[in-house]
Design a protein around this ligand. Structure first.
Ligand code: PLP
Length: 458
């Protein structure tokens, strides 16, 4: 490996930048991949090599890496009112418009929208709202929060506690007390011999009920779920899962929070993942595609029951003592409003209705029988190809071999930026604007990379 040139962007990165989700020590030797520009579903590195972004960055750049309408929306808003806040009842049109649009588009009746800057902050806010709500309704003991193993809800202290992935817990001294995790609904790995998908779903719901009973239902406040688990491996629940889970939650009056940070805004083929997976949340969090990630913004939607609790408690105290300087910031809010208008006006849902099933069919046709591939899964424009050491037993490769990371190195060499998830699953979550031809090009490169990896592993 040749060291980066003195004063190159890479050398300055190594000297000065501490990267998220990176082996910080190794980075000192290997250095960054510097991305210089983007257009459509592609980005280019500083050497001019182009790549299809198969995960839309971090499952987020839904309209791709260029969009003049979003640039104009940001510029116009910056000229008109570059900043104002929402504390102490101040407001402005972009935030009002966005809240109204989200409430109108919610998958179930929702009452109000609160704004933050990231998915983590939205989930952190929702955790605090759940606690505040239960204090409001006279249940001060009902505070525990249930996440799922392999669930991902972000990395702030509370959101990381809710997340169920070892890399987000190890050495960070989380989860905090009061955060519990129930099993991941991954039939391919956790289904028992002879157990149907529906029986597996029943077992997941039974496990949840046992956990709630063991903890004491009077102490359990809420459960969080991504309709489809993203960062944990693109895990689709078994048939009937959410119906059964929700029956348990209703029985013990445990609130359900749908984390739509990845699934929201057509990713799964419907406007919300909750619609695709039959989830009826009390609270919904969203981010990422909300602004196509051109600027940071996230939202928490609460139903009327939760809102009334928050309203009563804040009235008693005199204020709802929570909010960010940038809650509802007018520039990202204006970009988000424009993003939602683009989704509507370009009928992006119809487009996903065409290219989503095409991508799913092609993933299966090309890769299901590949010697390294155990499971191909997904719906709409989200999917994964999981690599296994043994197709018969579904046994994964030894994580020390970093097989997923090696595949991504190869896809990058072949012109596709990919993302390997825990368990060596290669994720697919391209910009929603991707065409069939671009899907073919992306999957050609992935197929070539898989074959190259198979040779390496021989
Ligand atoms: N929730 C889900 C489902 C996510 O996938 C993510 C990020 O990938 C988050 C929350 C956290 O969002 P952020 O990285 O914006 O804090």
């Amino acid at each position: 490996m040749t060291p980066p040139l003195v004063n190159s962007a890479a050398a300055r990165d190594i000297a000065n930048t501490l990267h998220p989700y990176t082996d910080l020590k190794l980075h000192q030797e290997v250095g960054p991949m510097v991305i210089s520009r983007g257009e459509g579903v592609r980005v280019w590195d500083e050497n001019g090599k182009g790549y299809i972004e198969s995960v839309a960055g971090l499952w987020c750049a839904a309209l791709g890496f260029s969009n003049e309408r979003l640039v104009q929306a940001a510029t116009n808003q910056m000229r008109k009112l570059p900043f104002y806040h929402a504390f102490t009842a101040k407001s402005h049109e972009p935030m009002i418009d966005l809240a109204e649009m989200l409430i109108q588009r919610a998958p179930v009746p929702m009452s109000k929208a609160f704004f933050a800057n990231s998915g983590s902050e939205a989930n952190d806010t929702a955790i605090k709202m759940v606690w505040y709500f239960n204090n409001a309704v006279g249940r001060p003991k009902k505070k525990k929060i249930i996440g799922r193993i392999k669930g991902y809800h972000g990395i702030t202290l509370a959101a990381a506690s809710l997340t169920g992935l070892p890399a987000n817990h190890r050495s960070f001294d989380v989860p905090l007390p009061g955060f519990l995790h129930t099993m991941a609904p991954h039939y391919y790995h956790a289904g028992l011999p002879g157990e149907s998908e529906e029986e597996f779903a029943t077992r997941c719901a039974d496990e949840l009920e046992k956990l709630i009973l063991a903890e004491d239902p009077d102490t359990v406040a809420a459960m969080w779920a991504e309709p489809i688990m993203g960062a944990g491996g693109v895990i689709l629940p078994p048939k009937g899962y959410f119906e059964k889970i929700q029956a348990v939650l209703r029985k013990y009056d445990v609130l359900l929070v749908a984390d739509e940070v990845i699934c929201g805004f057509w990713r799964t083929g419907n406007y919300w993942g909750s619609t695709t997976l039959n989830v009826q949340p009390d609270i919904l969090t969203c981010a990422k595609a909300l602004s196509s990630s051109f600027l940071p913004i996230s939202a928490v939607l609460v139903n009327e029951r939760v809102f009334q609790g928050l309203a009563d408690e804040s009235h008693k105290i005199g204020t709802f003592g929570h909010g960010y300087t940038y809650s509802g910031h007018p520039v990202p809010a204006a970009v988000a409003v424009e993003t939602l208008k683009i989704y509507d006006e370009t009928r992006i849902g119809d487009h996903v209705g065409d290219v989503g099933p095409y991508m799913q069919a092609e993933l299966r046709r090309r890769f299901a029988n590949h010697p390294l591939v155990g499971e191909v899964r997904g719906v709409g424009l989200i999917g994964a190809v999981e690599l296994v050491a043994d197709k018969a037993t579904h046994k994964n490769f030894d994580p020390a071999h970093k097989v997923g990371a090696r595949l991504v190195k190869l896809t990058e060499a072949n012109g596709v930026i990919g993302r390997a998830l825990p368990g060596d699953a290669l994720a697919f979550s391209p910009p929603l604007i991707i065409t069939r031809a671009e899907i073919d090009e992306m999957l050609d490169a992935v197929g070539k990379s898989l074959d190259e990896l198979a040779v390496q592993l021989r």
